[in-house]
Design a protein around this ligand. Sequence first.
Ligand code: MRU
Length: 355
Amino acid sequence: MTDIDYARYDRIRPIHWTGDTLELLDQRRLPFATEYVTCGDSDAVAAAIQALAVRGAPAIGIAAAWGVVLAARDIEADDAAQAAGRIEPALQRLNAARPTAVNLAWALARMRAAMLRAQAGKGGDWRNALEAEARAIETEDLAANRAMGVLGASLIEEGSGVLTHCNTGSLATAGFGTALGVIRAGVAQGRIDRVFAGETRPWNQGARLTVWELQQDGIDATLIADAAASHLMKGGGVQWVVVGADRICANGDVANKIGTYQLAIAARHHGVRFMVVAPSSTVDMETPSGELIEIEERDPGELLGVGGSRTVAEGVQAWNPVFDITPAALIDAIVTEKGIVERPDTASMQSLFRG
Ligand code: MRU
């Protein structure tokens, strides 16, 4: 097996903590401008998450954790117990920035737990404890992605073609990516010959971010219109669809970018296998099944134009749900850093995530 040249495949970092501010690579401006949003307080971080300057389930969790570190600076408190109460409104505002990805609530829960440990006299100074926890969340995400890349690639046969959706790469995580990490590892190992990425209308994460990321690595990728996926599968161009997740339920149902569900249906129809790749921070064993997940609906205006130019007649209505639920029955494998769940259901999810 070829080792992965991480230096080649892992050069993009969307989140930079300067020690003073949080710098977020502005994903609204890519691929044509490399600009950073500077966040000096937690509300600026919440606004950047809401506006998709930073996006992708793991990345918004990491950004929110650093947002708590910023909030801590603006709080005067004699001890961790007082600070925990005073910082809570900032955590609530960060949590409300986007509803679907569980990584946001998960990261904030870890930050609360770090405060509690400091309160109990176990974590040292509470501000330092929060900074250490944010750093740990970021570092662990990178390690999880690298582990998942190798695990997921092991399922893919030599000579395969893969189709991915949305952006699940370095831009959506601490680095390397989830589904895109599997694709990077699969290409490095010579298993994947062809990579296709769907545009991912309306925000075009695939067209603007994924194919750009792969280009940075020197990986050939072919962009397709979302509507071309079934045609691609029918022609035998891909053997796997590999996607990320915003929330994985206790029964294996998966919330991910709108369009994922129809890819899973088309994949099953054509005998193409379907892989979901996500860190365990995306697994939500408290939510029994997908219909209980809140699906974010964004401004219909995102659908009414392309690249800032209006393409739809004035007065037309649009509906813009930005995630959907893929039922577990359509998924062949869920890959996490803890291991692989094949043909997920409540029992197989329990054995890996409640064990
Ligand atoms: O709206 P976005 O761009 O934040 O949606 C991102 C996705 O749906 C990704 O597939 C998911 O967060 C996994 S990212 C590793």
